[in-house]
Design a protein around this ligand. Structure first.
Ligand code: URA
Length: 242
């Protein structure tokens, strides 16, 4: 006859069970299955062994979104129609980061919905991804007037939002779209032609810099398209690594 486990070992077993359940839920999430948020209740497990599943992170994503929508930290808030926090899923654990919302994004409050966004959708589709598989956001969350580049003080003001998004969503790969995003994330003055096509490091996360789809639309040459395709294949390769 097995005796009842000691109180401590029952606690260990309970923690092991919770950890296993979390792992299982995260796997479901990776496979694209939605599930209900399970409250941790009185479980005082101090250090979850695995990152919290996206469903559990969703309320925090909503908190960040709300903070961005009411933000007044820089002059861009005075001219915006809508702030654009970002959107998508984390099924593929990739984060695509552009420069800042354009006109269509400002009107809709959603990232990459204009012409550049349509091309981004095609770039994603070319490596078997859809918008819902990845998280898409920008360096600045409000439209710079006339689509000018964001100014350094605007980038500085907005930076904590992106930092919170990255910390929370814990992407396995970051893709910086275009020069301003690549320079900001890599804290460098080097241009996109120099940065693209290589795997960089953003605080321990692989970061790939590639052309901004709006640039590709302006300079739709065979050579640029070929380079963009090489970059997307690198993204696919990075995402396929376990
Ligand atoms: N360009 C960007 O950098 N971001 C958008 O959301 C749209 C266009």
């Amino acid at each position: 006859m097995t005796s009842r486990p000691h109180k401590e070992s029952r606690k260990d077993q309970a923690h092991e069970f919770v950890r296993g359940l979390r792992r299982y839920l995260e796997q479901m999430e990776e496979e694209g299955t939605e599930y209900l948020l399970i409250s941790r209740g009185k479980d005082k497990d101090p250090a979850p062994a695995v990152p919290r599943p996206l469903a559990a992170r969703r309320p925090v994503v909503a908190e960040i979104d709300a903070d961005i929508r009411k933000c007044r930290l820089c002059r861009l808030s005075q001219t915006r129609k809508n702030a654009v926090p970002g959107e998508g899923g984390m099924k593929k654990k990739a984060m695509f980061i552009g420069e800042g919302p354009g006109e269509q994004e400002d009107l809709s409050g959603r990232p990459f919905v204009g012409r550049a966004g349509k091309l981004l959708d095609k770039m994603l589709a070319a490596i078997g991804l859809s918008r819902g598989d990845v998280y898409i956001t920008n360096i600045v969350k409000c439209r710079p007037p006339l689509n000018r580049d964001p100014k350094p003080d605007e980038v500085v003001a907005c930076w904590p939002y992106l930092e919170r998004q990255i910390k929370l969503l814990q992407p396995r790969v970051i893709i910086a779209l275009g020069s301003p995003a690549s320079k900001t994330l890599l804290d460098t003055d080097q241009g996109i032609s120099h940065l693209r096509g290589k795997i960089h490091d953003y605080e321990g996360t692989p970061l790939l810099a590639t052309f901004h789809p709006a640039y590709l639309l302006r300079a739709y040459t065979v050579e640029n398209r070929q380079k963009a395709w090489e970059d997307m294949k690198m993204v696919r390769e990075l995402l396929s690594q376990k």
